[in-house]
Design a protein around this ligand. Structure first.
Ligand code: 5GP
Ligand code: ZN
Length: 116
């Protein structure tokens, strides 16, 4: 996808602070962190969002979360972290290339959502 920011990061056309990379996945620091540790984990393959996934994406999604857990540990988040996948307009997705956020401490990251 030529106009996708995260595809450009995968291709090295936009710089990022990488923390992990393999053939299928890339993890890098969020440019506008919402917690002391804020990392994005993305598949290199362009998939717009979780709602565009089907059975054929199941192996990729499984690996994404296993890699995410290893990356979080590697970043020292031994006491836990929050994982968020914003999906579509209602989910507040800003970048339409599937990604999972890792948000970590040292302090608890706070309530999941503000109740209203
Ligand atoms: P979303 O709301 O789509 O789940 O989150 C997109 C995230 O991507 C946001 O937290 C935003 O700060 C981050 N982001 C947007 N553009 C860039 C960029 O060019 N580089 C990096 N590292 N993060 C970005
Ligand atoms: Zn993309």
């Amino acid at each position: 996808m030529s106009d996708c920011i995260f595809c450009k990061i995968v291709e090295g056309k936009i710089p990022s602070k990488k923390v992990y990379e393999d053939d299928e996945f890339l993890a890098f620091h969020d440019i506008n962190p919402a917690a002391p540790v804020h990392i994005l984990v993305i598949p290199k393959q362009h998939v717009e969002s979780l709602k565009d996934c089907n059975e054929s994406h199941a192996p990729m999604l499984g690996k994404l979360f296993v890699k995410l857990a290893a990356i979080a540990l590697d970043q020292g988040l031994v006491d836990g972290y929050r994982t968020i996948v914003n999906t579509g307009r209602v989910g507040g997705q800003e970048v339409y290339h599937l990604h999972a956020h890792i948000l970590g401490g040292p302090q608890p990251v706070g309530p999941m959502l503000v109740r209203r």
